[in-house]
Design a protein around this ligand. Structure first.
Ligand code: FES
Length: 169
């Protein structure tokens, strides 16, 4: 896609994500010197900004850096830290590692799925929550554990997590 497909400035893309292409230019050119060696760090910065990698942004990065889109998608799909799907404002990660599993993590998972009316891997329609599972976050003695954004809920249960959800807009 040609660079001219985008007006430099702010544009609303179909997923209702507002992309600030001027800020994107600053990121690519000023911070990372348009160097394809820095592609992963650029994608990490984009992931942090949007909570996922929006397609129009990847198209723009491809054009701006003269890197094939297929190479960018290759990286985006290889590393688990990247997501091509929009995520909710709050990321809930239920640990289903062995220690948490034997202490009732499955019940927490089922309860959160029911309460949010979504399955693991999905995002609520209002984009408030994304529900995911992880395999051991290295605090097994505190299990079962659930992370919401940066906060860890230790020795938790379905009731506690149900209440915790209300804290996150
Ligand atoms: S199994 Fe859950 S923290 Fe290790």
């Amino acid at each position: 896609m040609s660079e001219h497909a985008y007006d430099i400035g702010t544009e609303v893309v179909p997923s209702d994500i507002e992309v600030d292409f001027r800020a994107l230019d600053d990121l690519i050119v000023d911070r990372f010197g348009e160097d394809s060696e820095n592609l992963i760090m650029i994608l990490q910065a984009i992931q942090r900004e949007y909570n996922f990698l929006p397609k129009p942004v990847l198209n723009y990065v491809s054009t701006k850096m003269n890197v094939p889109l297929s190479q960018i998608y290759g990286i985006a799909t290889f590393y688990g830290m990247f997501s091509l799907d929009p995520k909710g404002r709050n990321l809930i990660a239920i640990c289903l590692g062995t220690a948490c599993h034997v202490r009732g993590a499955e019940r927490i998972k089922e309860s959160l799925e029911e309460q949010l009316d979504i399955k693991v891997g999905k995002t609520t329609e209002d984009m408030r929550y994304t529900l995911e599972t992880v395999r051991c976050i290295r605090c097994c003695s505190l299990g079962p554990v659930v992370n919401i954004n940066q906060k860890t809920y230790a020795r938790t249960n379905p009731e506690k997590m149900g209440k915790a959800l209300e804290l996150y807009e």
